[in-house]
Design a binder for this molecule. Sequence first.
Ligand code: ZN
Length: 212
Amino acid sequence: MKDGLARVAGFLQELVLPVDCAGCGAPGPALCRDCRSRLRPEVTRREVQGMPVLSALAYEGVVQPVVVAFKNEGRTGLAPPLAVALRQAVAAAVQQVAGDGLLLVPMARTRRSAVERGYDPVRVLLRRARLPSTDALRLVRSPQDQLRLGREERFRNLEGGMAARIPLAGRRVLLVDDVVTTGATLTEAARAVRAAGGAVLGAATVASTRLR
Ligand SMILES: [Zn+2]
């Protein structure tokens, strides 16, 4: 609760006082001109378990602190450039999969997004980008925090953790997320969609870590 209040206070402060740039820490606007220019979308494609994933930004350089500030520090004022990026990734994905009648499906809502943050980052971006989405997935159980887990463990940790909330038989789905790292979350979401009879045509994300 205390934490929640601190976040609200931080948000109000941001409205009235100048804050540091979320990208480089320079005093002044929430995002300086130089960092903003580094958020220009350039869509790249990778594959996660055979599923095409299109992402607008490389998750490195200033992109990383900006996304973290938006997701975890309550700096929702950073939504506009990230929403532009998400829109580009979705547009590219829709084009690639020839997506008529596609359902845009974000990841299941986590307890964390509802309780700790007070907002759900991806859904904020979807609204901002005016992309109609369908809340088709729910969490069946809360997975362990992924941060300390290795790649294989991440996939195992999430498996069976999501389920469809609505019938998806015959529906064509494009998954949407903020950052794709190992692809474990997208893989589990795809499994849950397919288990409910839906077809997963691909995924679109704001950013992607570089493949090693
Ligand atoms: Zn900056």
